[in-house]
Design a binder for this molecule. Sequence first.
Ligand code: NAD
Length: 481
Amino acid sequence: MATDYKIPFDTFHNVINNELVSTSTTRQAINPSTEEPLWDSPVSTQEHVDKAVSAARAAWPAWKKLSQDERAAYLNKFADAIEANQEAFVELIGKEAGKPPQAAGFEFFLTMASARETPKLRLKEEKPEDNEDRTAIVRYVPLGVGVGIVPWNFPLALGNGKLIPALLAGNTFIWKPSPYTPYSALKLAELGAKVFPPGVFQALAGDDSLGPMLTTHPGVNKISFTGSTATGKKIMAACAGTVKRLTLEMGGNDAAIICDDVDIEKVAAKIAFLAFVHTGQICMDAKRIYVHEKIYDEFLTAMVAATKQFKVGDSTDAEAFFGPIQNKMQYEKLHDLYSEINKQNWKVALGGIPEPTTSKGYFMPPTIIDNPPEDSRIVVEEPFGPIVPLLKWSDEDDVISRANDSELGLGASVWSKDVEKAKRMAEQLEAGSIWVNTHFEVAPNVPFGGHKQSGLGMDWGEVGLKGWCNPQAYWIKHSGV
Ligand code: NAD
């Protein structure tokens, strides 16, 4: 049965009302490992947007009338369809996002986790008032047409984490991928066309003009965005005109606080992984590592040694941990940040400014900066690349206030053998996810999102599912009139 869902992975179209639609203009994204152009991908116009929005609106009444169990049954078939194309998706993510096979496999694993686990969730009604005279029910009703705006670092998993709850809650959905990584989303929507009724799940790719066409469209009821804080603010402003519902998942500058009692080798290896996984291009990577001064030198040495174990390679290298930076824009931003090393005399424990090279691919050297000033760019800004600062601390209250001294608040962690002490410290951190003795731990049934300028609302879990609904107060008088 599963083979029925096999699709070709070398042609890419918009998916509108279950039809594969070409556009008169096309563009090609770049493979960041080779700097070679990839396949043609659509450039959508206002006409494509209008068609997709009206198909989504037309599909909504029948889709929302289905029970949650009926919609979950569609979603389970969809999960089978994704799984049937596992190898092709892993290869495609490797090429478009520059992920070595291990990283692409990890993204596919996250995608399947939300495809399989989210349909098990259910929206539940609450009854805050229930007596002989009257009952008040709080129920959660779908919004209508949802749009997912997705970044390039997890082109498949992050959009899927919006799509599945949106559909389960009874909305129809249009996926807008990043222009840097348009391909896997279009394939996913092509699979969706084999499973869902027309107009339920559509995808439109394009250039920078596409996002604003969707955020201002009067037929769209909700935008769920993942990307940078700067773009999130623009989207929030654009949505004001039509009072669209909004979930924003934005930038992070996560602190990890390491206490003086930890097993240094073990924790340094874990932190090296958590700071550099996907080459530092994850919103929830550990980005400011505060190490107690008593163990600072030993921890720094151990983290440098652990980082050196991680191999650099491209999307064909099964052993590689570090891949390239996903795109030239981000690569150039990182060159600018690395150039501060000399300008500000930061101490480099590993890596440093890259040597000029003629070889292809947007590769940057894994770099650890040794105790830079707290107000330096490497501490204050989100680098979104393989460069991380280690910072010294000695006083508990002081390190908590330094960790909280950021406009961002996505995640934060505390590491200690003394779990009660770590909990006491973690509970004072201002972030959407706080962790004790771990970091970047996520699951499809647990919400994730940011506080402060890292986010608004949350994706995933019951909280995420409710985010795809309007709460509705429903009053019933029990005496007939
Ligand atoms: P980005 O903000 O540049 O782009 C994200 C998406 O928004 C893309 O699809 C882009 O085309 C679209 N977009 C850009 N301008 C738009 C506009 N005016 N209107 C509508 N859409 C518009 O972000 P990026 O560079 O792709 O991703 C990196 C950033 O994303 C980092 O800051 C990272 O921390 C953040 N991120 C956050 C999370 C999270 O869950 N909090 C997860 C991953 C990445």
